[in-house]
Write a protein that binds this ligand. Structure first.
Ligand SMILES: O=C(O)CCC(=O)C(=O)O
Ligand SMILES: [Fe+2]
Length: 258
């Protein structure tokens, strides 16, 4: 598939400097940019078929983690929000199992798309140096979820392939902590997780491209309630060339290191 037919360029002219600047302004001011119908209708359909075809290859994992994605702090009680366990479970088809002719590869490798991402994110972007991490298809099936957390990475790039029918909402609240200033935001983190402070929901339909800054924004994917899975692709990049995910992380999420 030609990259110009993968992206809905009429609605999202990513080669246009002014359009790119407006996308950057939106991301800078809110920490989230949702580009609805970024993918053409044909691309969405073919990615849904592809995702169903490779679904039997998915590695399903389950993790307990805290919102800070750090080892438990023994100086604090287990129930402290710093240590309180969250649960995550999902399936993943890693990069080396994405079909060679997939529109995902074409888009990921398209120079103009890279230039757009670099302009909006204000950093250079490079693919992962390992064979598994760059493009991932994630499956959240009935009862599965991604627990509350802050990202280690400063940005995430995702494509919604199949929005969930019921449950599976992406919930978030921005600026809950300030990692750069060493402020962990325990009170508000606890209030969101325990339900006394209402998070926002980031709506994203089939074919949406989402850029999200999750380092200081607390977020989760709520449990999927229906049999209609949430299928979401993460397009993973680094700001430096030659980076691999650690063997521990690859083993955890992909079940193998090569
Ligand atoms: O599934 C999503 O929409 C976001 C996933 C996420 O927050 C993450 O992988 O850190
Ligand atoms: Fe995240």
């Amino acid at each position: 598939m030609n990259p110009e037919n993968i992206v809905n360029l009429a609605q999202h002219p990513i080669q246009d400097v002014q359009y790119t600047q407006s996308c950057k302004a939106q991301l800078d001011s809110t920490g989230a940019l949702v580009m609805e119908n970024f993918l053409s209708a044909d691309t969405v359909k073919s990615l849904q078929d592809e995702a169903r075809k490779v679904r039997p290859l998915a590695f399903f994992c389950h993790q307990n983690h805290n919102a800070y994605l750090l080892d438990s702090d023994p100086a604090l009680p287990e129930e402290h929000i710093r240590n309180l366990e969250q649960q995550s479970d999902k399936g993943c088809v890693p990069h080396d199992q994405i079909p060679d002719n997939s529109p995902l590869r074409t888009l990921y490798e398209w120079h103009e798309f890279r230039v757009f991402l670099e302009s909006v994110l204000d950093v250079p972007v490079f693919p992962y140096a390992d064979t598994l991490s760059s493009i991932n298809i994630n499956y959240y099936e009935r009862g599965q979820q991604l627990g509350w957390h802050y990202d280690n990475a400063s940005f995430a790039i995702t494509l919604m392939v199949q929005a969930p029918e019921e449950g599976g909402e992406f919930e978030y609240l921005e600026k809950v902590r300030n990692r750069e200033a060493g402020e962990q935001g325990y009170a508000d983190t606890e209030a969101v997780i325990k339900g006394s402070l209402q998070p926002k929901t980031l709506a994203m339909g089939d074919g949406a491209l989402v850029l999200f800054r999750g380092r200081n924004s607390l977020h989760r994917v709520a449990p999927v309630v229906s049999d209609h899975a949430r299928i979401l692709v993460t397009l993973n990049f680094n700001t430096e060339p030659g980076v691999m995910l650690s063997e521990l992380v690859r083993t955890t999420f992909f079940g193998r290191i090569v």
